[in-house]
Design a protein around this ligand. Structure first.
Ligand code: AMX
Length: 389
């Protein structure tokens, strides 16, 4: 904007080329839970993600809701409150048992959230958000079990063992798989809980909530947004992509990457809309993989990809960030510990995001404008004149 130009002038002078850009970079609100910088990645309430990645997921829920980490007694009390909410409304299991198995697990997650809301919403934003977070391990386990052919009640597990721990226990995997699954899932949840305000699913959830749809309906909408292949479903696509490569030989990997680009297909696990360095969440997961599964076949491939792909992608000046993003390693880690079906990976992402989106909806609905809440979203679309016949 020049010195003399008012914001109204700028608006009047907007052209179609300024507008059909998916609102990239246009400020539309405020976010109290997290921020994303081009060189530092995501920070939760000011904490760089790598600093808190191995904390208990429950403490990060507290952080995002209360904008500070809990003191020791507060952490105990918060867990007690959260886990007391882990009751499942009658009828929810029956609805899930009757869903078409052909549907994507993300569709099940969205319908599951909607169903729990229909059965038990309180219409208090915070109560509903905390209740849903507490019920997510059960909902996730129910989806995994029913789709996997195990109908009937989900085993009753003491929720106090922790969110990730309870979900894994409800799945009843082989005893030797439990520790690995819990370790990778706890970190996955923390890394994916929030990512600023403008990503599509968070924006969608807040937009729907701005019309005073309830928390569950808003969250189901957010999950539908997350399910797209350009958004949350990229973590599924990324492992499928890695499996297609099938070799960790650097020359072969480079040939594969170049061929994908020539065929106009994305090199999954690289690039970012905001970041201009490797995503710290990718850096963290690579370090975790070196500890957990250094010789895993997929891990060896992504280790080579991390060396090769940025160099090849950087040859194209249009690509703003040729470095690894969060999706490069999460599927490999989940696969290694026993979650073998990539089409379920976005549900883990959704589970984690329920926390950040829930916290952001509460902020917009009950904190913004001195508690009055942000008004209903109503952006302006500029009409484009069409020729009449
Ligand atoms: N492979 C191939 N082409 C890529 C690319 C990649 N990894 N990253 C960017 N490009 C292309 C874009 O498609 C775009 O092409 P166009 O000019 O023909 O439309 C051009 O480079 C410029 O893109 P950009 O400004 O650098 O990024 P963007 O904001 O448009 O897109 C992203 C960001 C993540 C969608 C893109 O980098 C991509 O498609 N990556 C591969 C898929 C992937 O890993 N997705 C996970 C995203 C993780 C996350 O953000 N959560």
């Amino acid at each position: 904007m020049s010195g003399e130009e008012s914001s109204e002038d700028v608006l009047l002078n907007l052209t179609q080329a300024h507008l059909d850009i998916g609102m990239r970079g246009i400020p539309v609100g405020t976010c109290r839970t997290s921020s994303v910088s081009t060189d530092g990645g995501v920070h939760y309430v000011g904490y760089p993600i790598a600093e808190i990645a191995e904390m208990d997921p429950e403490d990060i829920v507290f952080l995002l809701f209360n904008k500070r980490l809990p003191k020791p007694q507060e952490a105990v009390d918060f867990r007690a409150d959260l886990f007391a909410r882990a009751t499942i409304p009658d009828g929810a299991l029956e609805v899930l048992e009757n869903l078409p198995k052909e549907g994507h697990p993300m569709d099940w997650l969205s319908i599951g959230i909607h169903t729990i809301g229909m059965l038990e919403k309180t219409n208090d934003w915070k109560e509903d958000a905390l209740n849903l977070i507490a019920r997510m391990p059960w909902l996730m386990a129910a989806i995994f079990r029913i789709r996997g052919g195990r109908s009937g009640p989900v085993p009753v597990v003491d929720p106090h063992i922790g969110m990730a721990e309870a979900f894994v226990a409800m799945l009843e995997p082989a005893a030797e798989q439990v520790a690995g699954m819990v370790k990778v899932l706890r970190t996955f949840l923390v890394l994916h809980m929030d990512h600023g305000g403008g990503n599509l699913s968070t924006f969608t959830g807040k937009a729907v909530a701005s019309g005073h749809a309830d928390l569950y309906s808003s969250m189901a909408a957010a999950m539908n947004a997350l399910s797209g292949p350009l958004h949350g479903r990229a973590n599924q696509s990324c492992l499928e992509f890695v499996m297609r490569i099938g070799t960790d030989d650097p020359l072969e990997v480079e040939k594969f990457v170049r061929n994908e680009l020539a065929e106009k297909r994305p090199v999954f696990g690289f690039g970012h809309a905001v970041l201009r360095v490797e995503d710290p969440r990718a850096t963290f997961q690579f370090a975790l993989g070196e500890r957990v599964c250094p010789n895993d076949a997929n891990f060896r491939i992504i280790r080579t990809l991390r060396e090769v792909a940025p160099r090849v992608l950087a040859e194209n000046p249009r690509i703003s960030n040729p470095n690894a993003n969060v999706d490069i390693a999460s599927g490999t880690l989940l696969h290694h510990v026993g979650f073998h079906k990539p089409d379920y990976y976005t549900t883990f992402f959704g589970w984690a995001r329920v926390v950040g989106i829930g916290a952001q909806i509460i902020d917009e609905r009950t904190v913004a404008r001195n508690g009055k809440g942000v008004p209903i979203y109503r952006p302006k679309y500029i009409a484009v004149e069409q020729d009449r016949d």
